[in-house]
Design a protein around this ligand. Structure first.
Ligand SMILES: Nc1ncnc2c1ncn2[C@@H]1O[C@H](COP(=O)(O)OP(=O)(O)O)[C@@H](O)[C@H]1O
Ligand SMILES: O=C(O)C1=C[C@@H](OP(=O)(O)O)[C@@H](O)[C@H](O)C1
Ligand SMILES: [Mg+2]
Length: 171
């Protein structure tokens, strides 16, 4: 059965896309980002999906995209920050190697900045992130088999810890 070597979860700005790419390079495998799969399936950027179709439509696409990716991708997989909100996705993650990239409000806000690419953060990124971090922290912890703190650390430093921790959990 095909399965990802690692699945990265965590809030927006945790570095799932960035660290996921580096981890795939390090392991000599492919990187896949579910946000990208959703954009390809919808034929438009995530910001347009939210505006045209609404968040529930985005979440439905996301559940389907995560399920497909978990079943078909054998490299490193990054999920969008809100993917774990769906019970179906939390269940589907059971038995996978799930890396929670943790980040605090200050670093997350600095990293996402002010732009429209993440529609849930477009209005007031700091306030939205504060609520997200509080609501989602227990969910990320619940699905994770490995947790790595990213605050104040370079991507290379984070990558080294992810690799070291993955070496200690069964494949
Ligand atoms: N450890 C880090 N230190 C500084 N900037 C980072 C770090 N990790 C990611 N970034 C930057 O933060 C932004 C968000 O990173 P990204 O990988 O897209 O996060 P996510 O996919 O978790 O939302 C990007 O501009 C990225 O270059
Ligand atoms: O946290 C969220 O609800 C979201 C996070 C985004 O992905 P990143 O975590 O990669 O920014 C993207 O899936 C969408 O904008 C919704
Ligand atoms: Mg991302």
């Amino acid at each position: 059965m095909t399965r990802p070597v690692a699945v990265l979860v965590g809030p927006p700005g945790a570095g799932k896309t960035t660290i996921g790419q580096l981890l795939a390079e390090r392991l000599g495998t492919n990187f896949r980002d579910v946000d990208h799969d959703i954009e390809a399936a919808a034929g438009k950027p995530i910001s347009d999906i939210f505006v045209d179709d609404g968040e529930p439509a985005f979440r439905a696409l996301e559940v389907a995209a995560v399920r497909t990716a978990l079943e078909t991708h054998d490299g490193v997989l990054a999920l969008g920050g809100g993917a774990v909100l769906a019970e179906a996705t939390r269940k589907a993650l059971t038995g996978h190697r799930v890396v929670f990239l943790d980040v605090g409000l200050s670093d997350a806000a600095d990293r996402v900045g002010l732009n429209t690419a993440r529609p849930l953060l477009a209005l007031n990124p700091r306030a939205a992130l504060r609520t997200m971090l509080a609501e989602r922290a227990p969910i990320y912890a619940e699905v994770a088999t490995v947790t790595v703190t990213t605050d104040g650390r370079t991507p290379d430093d984070i990558l080294a810890e992810v690799v070291a921790q993955l070496d200690e959990v069964p494949a």
